[in-house]
Design a protein. Sequence first.
Length: 494
Amino acid sequence: PGPLSFAAVDLGASSGRVMVGTVGPGTLELREAHRFPNRPVRAAGTLYWDVLGLYRGVLDGLRAAGRTVPEGRLTSVGVDSWAVDHGLLDASGALLGNPVHYRDGRTEGAAERAAAVMPPEELYAATGLQHQPFNTLHQLTAARGTSALAAARHLLLIPDLMAYWLTGEMGTELTNASTTQLVDPRTGDWARGVADAFGVDLSLFPPLRRPGDRAGELLGEVLEETGLAGPVPVTAVGSHDTASAVAGVPADGGGGDGAFAYIATGTWSLAGVELDAPVLTEESRRANFTNELGVDGTVRYLRNIMGLWLLQECLRAWEADGLRPELGTLLREAAKAPALRSVVDAGDPGFLAPGRMPERVADACRRTGQPVPRDPAETVRCVLDSLALAHRRAVADAQRLSGREVEVVHVVGGGVHNELLCQLTADACGLPVVAGPAEAAAFGNVLVQARAAGAVHGDLAGLRSLLRATQPLRHHEPMGDRDAWRRAEAAICA
Ligand code: ADP
Ligand code: LRH
């Protein structure tokens, strides 16, 4: 049989896309069928995702995907998206209100509220999850007493909600479930003690499924809407976008590259290493490293860094001011701006909420006694230097805390298009960076489907070798003054 075609639905915080992957032995191609913006909406004081708008984008994307494959025939569909967020559904399966955005302010004070229920050391030992105010556990605590939660009989994480609308079947995919702070990373099962202590009803979650499991079949109404030729199975993938992105890292498992670190750079930078078992030490908790679950029983041991969100929000502010910023031009100017003139802590939760980003970056420089960026180019340079510095710290901490030495850093995600960021990351880490693919999450999504369908075989290393053999990658060698990064790090840590 010839190569098979798969649709990867990949919903990022800044855009959603439906990609078509063509896979066979020695063949791996990915084409964009449809991309649509993901624009949150604030209404009556709450920040929401436009979840039906996103689902419309998925349907439009599947229709576009069908037009690109012979006889409109897809072998299967897989869905991944950002983590932690969810819809609540009543007993009939109707959505009870719009899913709230993880950047909404309702979880402010989550750390204190949680500590009153369970000491943070105990919570970390049980779940291995870094503290983020938006972890599903804290969102459910914040939603306590609302009529939606009272009426809810099902809770579906965003990709599981999309899969439910596509198939009529409910499930909870494990890699994304691991971001709820309600899963024990040692067993890959629910952390029942945590759920009991926090009063979370685990029966809201439909049964767990794993990447590669069958997740249903496109409903008749979906086939009609999209023009696809049925039957089309939906396959569970690493439905957490970062799990799919890490599966889509073109690392050399054969030892050529040695151990690798990865940085998935999109709206967030997720920087860390892949492990066989979680690290649940107190030192790891204090360093705010997380143990999320990956494809094939792996552990994604990583830290969340604010990522290109800082840049996205600067661009949005400048646009609102009528400046009409053009990203390519700004990046070219930023490359010429003075290096490491000022840096901010790109791990600071103070940058989580939307709004006024250039001013907030300037305020952070002022507070730390550093020069304030004088124009957009200098602000962009400050943001990129700060991200590279945070990448350096995360890669170093991941090695120290896991005991694994790293020889190469793989950068995947939209940030691959930003050559300056990739070079600064190589310089800051003092390690070679391999950049690409930008659409690693879609590749990871497609490869897991393709393996489930028998189009490819093997373990993660085998899937990655197919990526390495077929995709263009860019190499960045570390350059410049190493000591400058050490000094910048010392300034931030002080
Ligand atoms: P997410 O999945 O979180 O929505 P992506 O992985 O799509 O994020 O990455 C989006 C980011 O990638 C943008 O915010 C932008 O900074 C960067 N990016 C995308 N295209 C380009 C480009 N052509 N040049 C530079 N940066 C780019
Ligand atoms: C990246 C991501 C990240 C989560 C955040 C909520 O898209 O899934 O891994 O921490 O969104």
